[in-house]
Design a protein. Structure first.
Length: 413
């Protein structure tokens, strides 16, 4: 199965090194990610025929159509916003990652470039994990580290989601290959350390929630591959990681549950200035905004001013926001019913493609879907810079196989 075979360094061309660097940047640096994604435009301008050929070959793929539908919904929102007196230009810039998706599709048609991108993402995860563990062990605060919250390069939500994805990818790859060498056991040690880091050291509640079904899939896949020891150890590491280290230093999961309970109690007593309290207010107000314009919404870039105008009239004490920390509601409010359907269609297309593809590609697509569809309920992972670039890059690499849903490839897997 040449599509999924590891390549040696000698087989990497210049653009493979570029995708390797991009994969590392996705895990570690927003600024470097922005700079490196410019390479996608350079590649597309220098290889227009490859781009067009890729689009022609993949135009019938559900994910390709879903991403195109989302872009169309965003563009339709431009005249809607202008009609209501809102400026759409800044928001159009925030949606650049969805354009990047179509450009890197052609770049990732070469298997060595896909694998270089995946390897870069894994190396970036290794950097994030090792620095997080070092900060926790040494007590040295650097980068984004806060007391009892040891994410380094990214915020704690992104740290946990990205690291969880990398650990899942490595785990399923090791299980598929079935190796029992020292390097394989080193890989499993890194996976178990990543699980511990996510559940015990970093307070990213959303990433912890996402990790639960990913761990379940790993355990089931391990049992299917008759790796019973791996299944038992992985499940045990996940369960033991949520236990508090001591009464004064609870695990990240325990601390997250306690913080949520406190936020809800404070909200009920009239104090909304908490993570959960803000989200409750954002949800309620956004639903009321949608009820006023449910079909076409307020247009691309219209959410922020529309929200500000609404609370100024109805609830001046409420906190203003640029997004409701819910992708489904955000795109419904901005881009109307087409926006909501576009987000749902994208996630359904990813699930359908995963089911059709099967094998390692199907597992990775399912993990990617879970890592975005679930957080989209309480975060803006489609809109945020770091998470949106990770999604489009990994999704393009997974979809770009030629042809990804072909029966022969599924048989090889």
């Amino acid at each position: 199965m040449t599509t999924w075979r590891f390549t040696t360094f000698k087989q990497l061309d210049g653009w493979s090194w570029y995708t390797l660097a991009l994969g590392i940047a996705l895990q570690t640096s927003t600024a470097l990610t922005s700079v490196l994604t410019g390479g996608a435009f350079i590649w597309a301008l220098s290889h227009p025929h490859n781009c067009l050929a890729t689009w022609r070959d993949l135009k019938a793929e559900p994910v390709f159509r879903a991403m195109l539908f989302l872009l169309v919904a965003i563009l339709i929102g431009v005249p809607v916003a202008l009609r209501h007196g809102y400026a759409p230009w800044d928001m159009l810039g925030k949606h650049t990652p969805f354009v990047i998706f179509f450009l890197v599709l052609g770049l990732f048609r070469q298997p060595q470039r896909r694998w270089a991108g995946f390897a870069g993402f894994g190396l970036g995860a290794l950097l994030a994990l090792s620095t997080s563990l070092f900060a926790a062990a040494s007590g040295v605060a650097f980068l984004n580290v806060a007391p009892d919250d040891f994410n380094t390069f990214r915020n704690h939500t992104e740290h946990n989601i990205f690291l969880g994805l990398a650990a899942f990818g490595l785990a399923t790859l090791l299980l598929r290959n079935g190796g029992r060498s020292w390097t394989a056991w080193l890989g499993w040690l890194l996976i178990w350390l990543a699980i511990f880091d996510i559940l015990h050291l970093v307070h990213g509640r959303t990433g912890q929630i996402v990790l639960a079904p990913l761990l379940a899939i790993i355990v089931v896949y391990a049992l299917k591959r008759r790796s019973f020891a791996i299944a038992v150890i992985t499940g045990a590491v996940g369960l033991l990681s949520i236990l508090p280290g001591s009464p004064t230093h609870p695990s990240a999961v325990t601390a997250g549950v306690q913080a949520t309970e406190q936020d809800i109690a404070r909200y009920k007593s009239g104090h909304a200035a908490t993570s959960v309290g803000y989200r409750i207010d954002f949800f309620d107000t956004t639903v009321r905004l949608i009820q006023e314009r449910p079909i076409l919404g307020y247009g691309t870039g219209g959410f922020t001013p529309a929200y500000a105008d609404f609370i100024k009239t109805h609830d001046p004490a409420q906190q203003a926001t640029h997004n409701p920390h819910n992708d489904y509601l955000f795109y419904w409010a901005e881009n109307g019913l087409p926006g909501l359907l576009a987000v749902i269609f994208l996630y359904l297309a990813m699930v359908y493609t995963a089911w059709r593809a099967g094998g390692i590609k199907g597992l990775w697509l399912i993990a990617l879907t879970l890592a975005w569809a679930v957080p989209s309920l309480a975060n803006s992972v489609l809109l945020d810079h770091a998470s949106s670039f990770v999604l489009v890059t990994l999704l393009a690499a997974l979809v770009a196989g030629a042809p990804p849903l072909n029966a022969a490839e599924r048989t090889e897997q």
